[in-house]
Design a protein around this ligand. Structure first.
Ligand code: AMP
Length: 174
């Protein structure tokens, strides 16, 4: 298997969730066990020597590989969720969407300043979501931050907005 083959499995859905957006649907990758295993092995190889203590998954598609990676890297799993979903006391951060704003939250006791973290989401578009998740973890004093998405939409330049302390990688680029 190759990353080019996985790239071909990603399904384009025009005008979802709103007109003008070409949605990259990864459920066609997630349903193929060979693709899941192949991507998992690549990601585990990338991060196995980084001493990751917690993997942060961004709601909701970031939970899929986030949980797999936490397990494979012998790290804890921490969810970052949309406002109002996490039950205990949270840090929260507003961030910009294409239209309007949204809020992400993380439990205040989820991380500490000795953690080395890997933040995972399925896809980087404008970078607003991942940057907000990074800022939330920095509020908790975390200094060693890796970030990863399966897909990067390079033409949106989301990486450029990211803090320099973060080591970011993607596997498949459009
Ligand atoms: P952004 O904050 O613009 O980087 O958007 C990233 C978040 O929105 C990720 O959680 C993605 O799952 C989702 N997303 C944004 N644009 C797309 C797209 N074209 N196809 C699939 N998911 C997208």
């Amino acid at each position: 298997m190759t990353l080019e083959e996985v790239k071909k499995e990603i399904r384009d859905i025009p005008d979802f969730p709103s007109k003008g957006i070409l949605f990259k649907d990864l459920t066609t990758v997630f349903k193929n066990p060979q693709s899941m295993e192949y991507l998992t092995n690549i990601l585990v190889d990338m991060y196995k020597d980084k001493k990751i203590t917690k993997v942060i998954g961004i709601e909701s598609r970031g939970f899929i590989f986030g949980a797999i990676l936490a397990h494979k890297l012998h790290a804890g799993f921490v969810p970052v969720r949309k406002k109002g979903k996490l039950p205990a006391s949270c840090f929260e951060l507003d961030y910009k969407l294409e239209y309007g704003t949204a809020t992400l939250e993380i439990h205040k006791d989820a991380l500490n300043n000795n953690d080395t973290i890997l933040i995972h989401d399925d896809l980087l578009a404008t970078g607003g979501t991942l940057c907000a998740a990074i800022e939330l973890t920095k509020m908790m004093g975390v200094k060693n931050i890796y970030a990863n998405t399966i897909v990067e939409l390079e033409f949106l330049h989301g990486k450029e907005a990211m803090d320099d302390v973060v080591v970011y990688n993607s596997l498949i680029r459009f």
